[in-house]
Design a protein around this ligand. Structure first.
Ligand SMILES: [Zn+2]
Length: 372
């Protein structure tokens, strides 16, 4: 379905005047461990990118070329097994492994985006032959994993709700977003980026634009607002008409956080564009509803939830026409019980784990729909 939507988007984006995203490849994590007589190199790639190996003599080295990659792994790796030292050379975009004795790389089976390579001892002759080879020793590529944008609500001069014990929503949403990112990265099924990493103000329109320009597969906005009498977690998707007064009041308050006003989509005069856009919105809302359902199922298993936890309202931050978007109220800071729970890292970890399971189930089902 994601592919279908991008097709529709390809036709209508010109009219929307949206910028083409720059898809940067990066290595998010890298590790080198000893496995018996060999070393094992594991990488977390945020594609799309391709790589290849070559062997060099005097001194003996294995070089992994990762063209135009942003390296976020450690600058130095090893020693491990036959590797005496490894370092990433950012100028050449190469990982250079110095060898204590001859060794050659061999790709191990692993999940997409997480290649594992065994650096196994080899004979002097085999290594010498590898250094004389014309083409690369081994090569591969990583497809782009879907991108999940996590949006920590509020920030900067907008603290969001403030609990009786002084807990600020903007701080809670950021730590919860970081916990969710860790969980999703452990799972390795998607790339993750936060709309903000610090305590800063970002307009609602900019949060939406952030997800759109990066072609996010999913936007999850995290909140812990205030609503008299309400307690427990709940999940919201976009609808012009709110499902209930509480959702309507929440959306009104959230939308007020952004004095710059709502997302202004340029008008699309040709009828055909309007139809395409409406189809795209329909499909996006269907995908968002499926994720919201999965999120409610997972949250219900682990934390206290609001009665009728699956709700709808006219939240500006959920208005990207092509990015399925949901807003999660992790609880309500106006409720002393919720405030006490949300202050605990263990409780936030439960929420993060539930949402991560929901994301992974949703990604799997999206792929099934796309290929079905
Ligand atoms: Zn909020």
């Amino acid at each position: 379905m994601l592919v279908g939507r991008r097709h529709i988007l390809g036709l209508s984006l010109g009219a929307l005047g949206s910028a083409q995203p720059a898809l940067a490849a990066s290595v998010g994590m890298a590790g080198l461990t000893t496995e018996g007589r060999a070393a094992r190199l594991s990488l977390m790639l945020e594609g799309p990118l391709s790589w290849h190996w070559r062997a060099l003599a005097a001194p003996q080295r294995l070089v992994l070329a990762l063209p135009s990659v942003a390296w976020q792994g450690p600058a130095r790796l090893g020693p491990a097994g036959p590797v005496s030292a490894g370092r990433f050379d950012p100028a050449a975009a190469e990982l250079v492994l110095n060898l204590a004795r001859p060794a050659l790389p061999r790709r191990l089976p692993g999940p997409p985006g997480r290649p594992m390579v065994e650096i196994a001892p080899a004979s002097t002759e085999a290594f010498a032959a590898a250094t004389r080879r014309e083409g690369p020793l081994a090569q591969g590529s990583a497809p782009a994993l879907p991108l999940v944008v996590i949006d920590p609500g509020h920030g900067g001069h907008d603290p969001g709700a403030i609990g009786r014990r002084g807990t600020e929503e903007k701080r809670l949403t950021l730590t919860a977003a970081q916990a969710l990112r860790r969980k999703l990265q452990e799972g390795g099924k998607c790339r993750v980026v936060l709309t903000r990493e610090r305590d800063e103000f970002i307009s609602l329109a900019d949060r939406v634009a952030f997800a759109r320009t990066r072609e996010a597969a999913l936007l999850i906005s995290l909140h812990a607002d205030s609503a008299p009498g309400a307690k427990g977690a709940s999940v919201y998707t976009l609808a012009e008409t709110a499902s209930d007064p509480l959702s309507e009041a929440l959306a009104r308050r959230e939308n007020n956080a952004d004095l710059a006003g709502g997302l202004s989509l340029p008008s699309v005069p040709p009828e055909v564009q309007a139809i395409l856009l409406s189809l795209m919105r329909q499909e996006t809302r269907g995908d968002a509803a499926r994720f919201a359902g999965a999120a409610v199922r997972e949250l219900t298993r682990t934390v206290a939830i609001l009665p009728k936890p699956r709700r709808e309202a006219d939240f500006i931050v959920l208005k990207a026409p092509e990015v399925p978007s949901v807003l999660v109220e992790m609880g309500f800071l106006s409720d002393p019980g919720d405030e006490a729970a949300l202050r605990k890292p263990e409780h936030r970890a439960l929420i993060a784990a539930s949402l991560a399971r929901a994301v992974e189930a949703w990604l799997t089902s999206s792929r099934a729909i796309a290929h079905g």
